[in-house]
Design a protein around this ligand. Structure first.
Ligand SMILES: *[C@@H]1O[C@H](CO)[C@@H](O)[C@H](O)[C@H]1NC(C)=O
Ligand SMILES: *[C@@H]1O[C@H](CO)[C@@H](O)[C@H](O)[C@H]1NC(C)=O
Ligand SMILES: *[C@@H]1O[C@H](CO)[C@@H](O)[C@H](O)[C@H]1NC(C)=O
Length: 119
């Protein structure tokens, strides 16, 4: 039997949630496969105008946890994600992609891009 290095594959699921006056609209997106130490980007494209944009992570059997919002600075980001997770908002292109640097196995989770539209 051939010996191979164990390479863990992380599965990142992404959902886009629009919060409209207390209601949420969820739009499932495709999942991304990433190997440990790789960099990846999880895409969030939205329609309309957004006044607040957030990325949440949900670990299995846990409540969603805020990673960052469009106005977060690195020092505001929880230590688990700090300096590895970043997102930049482009209001013209209507994108709020989440970049993950040097993925670790515990990044394997469901990610939510949430936005609060301008009313
Ligand atoms: C991942 O991103 C980091 C920080 O931007 C960079 O230094 C590194 O070279 C990137 N790695 C790969 C494999 O692209
Ligand atoms: C995210 O990664 C993309 C592709 O590597 C890069 O063009 C972009 O500048 C990065 N954005 C941030 C906020 O790091
Ligand atoms: C947003 O995207 C537009 C269109 O591609 C580009 O012209 C603009 O420079 C981008 N803005 C930022 C802040 O990156």
């Amino acid at each position: 039997m051939e010996q191979e290095c164990a390479v863990f594959t992380l599965i990142l699921l992404c959902l886009i949630i629009e919060m409209i006056q207390g209601d949420t609209v969820t739009q499932p997106s495709k999942s991304t496969l990433v190997k440990e130490t790789e960099n990846t980007t999880i895409h969030c494209n939205y329609d309309g105008t957004a006044s607040y944009l957030f990325w949440y992570i949900q670990d299995p059997n846990q409540a969603p946890q805020l990673i960052l919002s469009h106005y977060s600075k690195q020092e505001d980001i929880p230590p688990r994600f700090r300096n590895r997770f970043s997102a930049s908002h482009n209001n013209t292109e209507k994108i709020f992609h989440l970049n993950i640097t040097a993925a670790v196995l515990s990044d394997s989770a469901t990610y939510f891009c949430a936005l609060s539209p301008t009313l």
